[in-house]
Design a protein around this ligand. Structure first.
Ligand SMILES: Nc1ncnc2c1ncn2[C@@H]1O[C@H](COP(=O)(O)OP(=O)(O)OP(=O)(O)O)[C@@H](O)[C@H]1O
Length: 327
């Protein structure tokens, strides 16, 4: 079910084959395969405790795998840690800096011999005016942008970002997203661990969905949505289906909606008409509502399949499979 790679092997930055890691008797990463290419953002998504952070820590050489092979830029992250360190930039879940350290001081502290122009990076990420600010006085969005500057400072070829935008307000998230897109466009390979599925949809060329250490599926966000989330759901108040007291009119409306192309079900749920079906139902139901000559329902809502519904369905069907196997 996995998709064929559109990339050539030449731009491979990370290759993982059969990665397995246990804590005591518990296997938390179980035979993981993945590739990350230059100029792409690969997202690791999935349930809590799926093994995403453990996987990126192994890729970064912070944990030693029990089995499997990892290559980062052709090197082994554990054995060749010293050679790899300058080529990997990371912002991890637990990132932090001393409260009194000023932005410009942090940049000077982290800069290696081959570092990029720190002032230019601060400018690029909208932090130039904060050069003299201590870390403690910065907002969440500014801190995350500073971590990105530090992650990029030594011109890494691989950047690892874990829960990058957790707790940020919507405007700050967008700023950080645009910084990650810039990073990808500059040719770095980006490995992004996230629970924010709108973030994965906006940023990732491909995503790997994990649960309990296993890969459930991987592909582009569009491929995962097409495979696991098919239904459009439309809802509007029952009053728009006919006068509330006119049961016959309501029944007629529900039958008429049920006959429209693409509709798989029509139901009444707590005072709403709920229509499920393929994407075609959006146009069909809209046209039908207009054709009745009644005012269009002001409370009409449309839920379009997205990565979040795809992942929920994927986790659900995995659960059902496992219960089926167990029983
Ligand atoms: N040092 C450790 N010792 C024992 N168990 C650990 C250790 N680190 C992680 N675990 C366990 O391994 C499992 C996988 O953890 P990991 O942090 O890799 O998952 P995750 O997918 O990143 O989770 P989350 O999305 O909640 O951050 C979890 O059940 C966690 O409790």
């Amino acid at each position: 079910m996995f998709t064929t790679e559109a990339h050539s092997g030449a731009d491979l930055v990370v290759t993982v084959r059969g990665l397995t890691k246990s804590y005591g008797a518990r296997t938390v990463v179980d035979n993981l395969d993945l590739d990350v290419h230059a100029g792409e953002v690969l997202g690791l998504i999935g349930a809590n405790g799926a093994g995403k952070t453990t996987s990126v820590e192994c890729i970064q050489g912070l944990r030693r795998p029990d089995a499997g092979e990892i290559r980062v830029l052709g090197l082994d992250p554990t054995r060749d840690a010293d050679r790899l360190r300058p080529q990997i930039g990371s912002q991890l879940q637990s990132s932090g800096l001393p409260d009194r350290l000023r932005v410009a001081e942090a940049v000077a502290l982290f800069a290696g011999p081959q570092a990029a122009d720190g002032d230019r990076l601060l400018e690029q990420f909208g932090l130039a005016y904060r050069r003299k600010s201590p870390f403690a006085g910065m907002s969440g969005g500014e801190r995350q942008r500073l971590f990105l500057v530090l992650a990029l400072l030594n011109k890494p070829r691989l950047v690892i970002l874990d829960e990058l935008t957790q707790g940020l307000d919507p405007a700050a998230r967008r700023e950080v997203w645009s910084a990650v897109a810039q990073l990808r466009d500059s040719g770095a390979a980006v490995l992004l661990v996230t629970h924010e599925l709108d973030e994965a949809e906006a940023l990732c060329e491909r995503v790997v969905a994990m649960r309990d250490g296993r890969v459930l599926d991987q592909g582009t966000p569009a491929e995962l949505i097409a495979r696991h989330s098919h239904e459009v759901v439309m809802r509007f108040g029952l009053a728009a289906a006919g006068a509330p007291a006119d049961l016959q009119q309501t029944a007629y409306t529900l039958q008429a909606l049920n006959r429209l192309p693409g509709v798989t079900s029509v139901a009444r749920e707590r005072g709403d008409v709920v229509i499920r079906g393929t994407r075609e139902v959006i146009a069909q139901v809209g046209a039908w509502l207009v054709s009745t000559g009644r005012p269009a329902p002001a409370d009409l809502r449309v839920e379009i399949p997205d990565l979040e519904s795809a992942l929920l369905n994927l986790l659900d069907s995995d659960e059902t499979d496992r219960i089926g196997v167990a029983s």
